[in-house]
Design a protein around this ligand. Sequence first.
Ligand code: NAD
Length: 498
Amino acid sequence: MTTTLVSPADTAAVHGRQVPTGLFIDGRWRRAETTFPVLDPATGAEIAAVSDGTVDDALTALDAAVAAQSAWRHVAPRDRADLFTRAHRLLMSRADAFADVMTAESGKPLAESRAEFALSAEFFLWYTEQIAHLHGTFAPASHGGYRVITTHQPVGPALLITPWNFPMLMIARKAGAALAAGCPVIVKSAKETPLTCALFVETLSEAGFPDGVVNLVHTSSSAAVSAALMADDRLRKISFTGSTGVGATLLEQAAPGIINASMELGGDGPFIVLDDADVELAAQQAIVCKFRNAGQACVAANRIIVHSAVAQRFTDRFVELTEALTVGNGFDSGVDVGPIISARQRDSVVELVATLHGAGADLLTGGQPLPGDGYFFSPTVFRVPGRPAELCSRELFAPVATIYEVGSTAEAVAFANDTGYGLAAYVFTKDLSRALTVGERLDFGMVGINRGIMADPAAAFGGVKASGLGREGGHDAIYDYLEPKYLAVTVDEEEGLS
Ligand code: NAD
């Protein structure tokens, strides 16, 4: 099945904002033969129908990226940075539209959408500033006679696959790094949240990114579309954020063609509160870390591990703060927690609560889906006795908090590390030496010390073990899209002096 060009682009009005609904390939919006619906999780109503891209569309997008790569990689750094600066300004001028569309398709409260937009724009700016500052080296060969020059070159066309939980941040930090490095991209967002991504791609195109450099393929057939791209050895990079299972499948697909891979995968964030912690601070940060985005975050507090000396005090305050949270439509003022992304995901939260009951956990508050058309669930807290095997290393991804008690710092660290995941961990203590010792012993890519939120463009975001490969943000992340290139240059010193 093929697509047809549409001019002007098909759009949908989403919360009063016009959003393109087609595929964007080689600088043009196109309409696929079929569409799939995008639902508002707060109401269950359809808010747009977007073009459903096929394998042929994806391969056409790859053709366009391949054709664009030679010119794009040779754009002078300053010119590329100027283009990024224009795009950043245009993004900033559309902040309200992005926030509205994000809340409409993901359900997150408007304040969270605005914060996500601001952080996404910061990431984009971070990479803008890096473009003209990439480094290389020059050195004499160890036995003389020639010189060793190391520079970097773009890896090549990149497939960027993102999840639904942070519709803007995930694509802005991937595309920012890839494009800054000189790689053309094919973007595939989650089918639950394609609209924010469409606005992002539209903005880049209007800023003047050349045809074929940024391509967008929505699809309801992710597995088939990405398998076809991964099997084509013109694709040189896969950057994926999503579940560990799909990440592992993509790594298998990357193996035959030795495709460069970056993976941001699942997490099982331990949130440790030691006996000398500021309990009020810990409880407040745990609320943000657990219930932001209705608990649907890879870095969310997954197991709250509290020293017995402060367990009762922490738990009482945490439950009190949980019960004060307002659940509702993300567009309503005063709402803290929006809906779960889909009916399917909401049903998985119901199943999780049943598992917790079955494991003998004590329900302290919540535990029920809320009535109505949207996919709402009450913020829930369980106290979990023992270490039930069915909950170990299980990513909750829900507005459900689980509190475990430990008797010592060493036990807290051992329990925290007892997981296949290794993304984010948290430790609360007033003792700096303890904080550093525990932080260094936690087998995680990131550790928040006395804070429950830590994403920042200046920081290397990513995990170890089953949580991923590579980092997004920080000084080195752009090199995930660049390969070192070594040039050996013969130097005849006698000739040079003649
Ligand atoms: P998911 O793995 O189901 O989907 C992620 C993306 O992959 C979507 O675009 C989906 O359409 C696509 N996809 C699904 N199957 C595919 C396949 N076989 N081949 C290629 N693409 C495929 O994950 P999700 O449910 O959308 O997101 C939740 C997961 O993402 C959680 O595990 C969460 O921890 C993880 N996540 C990780 C980070 C991080 O930075 N480490 C950030 C956000 C989310």
